[in-house]
Design a protein around this ligand. Structure first.
Ligand code: 4NP
Length: 164
């Protein structure tokens, strides 16, 4: 009998780990649960910055997610070196997060760092999830929509065996 395949481990990363990446983690958790894949896909999120370490997700992000029936959980943490070994795929919310992560990553692990929106088949040339922190409330709804489309595409790629 062959050993069960080990879970695919995904880490979502933004700047503060209180708005975009907890939203992505919560959305992906919900999609994974819908497909009964909780034992196959493990999820976490982190920030490149340390300002909000220990904080709950931003109340505006929680409100936008709650409006779509998704509860955001967890407390913010900063990306650490071990993450590059531990996770199979590290999904950056924007190009600034991507370059910060690639600079932190050991040379052999840089290929694991990708932009989340690369997995949205409908994303045109714009692949950033815009930072909503200092913007209008509608920014959080937009984040949710962009993240949801990308997470659906990401799951489709994993199920098709094309990732990680
Ligand atoms: P996030 O949003 O990276 O999506 O969690 C931000 C949260 C906090 C700050 C910036 C962006 N900040 O400057 O404190």
């Amino acid at each position: 009998m062959s050993a069960p395949p080990r879970p695919v481990r995904l880490l979502f990363v933004c700047l503060g780990n209180i708005c975009r990446s907890p939203t992505a983690e919560g959305v992906m958790r919900s999609i994974v649960a819908e497909h009964g894949l909780q034992d196959t896909i493990e999820l976490d999120s982190a920030g490149t910055g340390s300002w909000h370490v220990g904080s709950a997700p931003d109340r505006r992000a929680r409100a936008a997610a709650a409006g779509r029936g998704i509860e955001l959980a967890g407390t913010a943490r900063q990306v650490e070196h071990a993450d590059f070994e531990r996770f199979d795929l590290i999904l950056a919310m924007d190009s600034s997060n991507l370059s910060d992560l690639r600079a932190l990553a050991p040379a052999g692990q840089r290929g694991k760092v990708r932009l989340l929106r690369e997995f949205d088949p409908a994303a045109g040339g714009e692949l950033d999830v815009p930072d909503p922190y200092y913007g209008a409330a509608g920014g959080f709804e937009e984040v949710f929509d962009l993240v949801q489309a990308a997470c659906a595409g990401l799951l489709a790629e994993i199920r098709a065996g094309r990732l990680p």
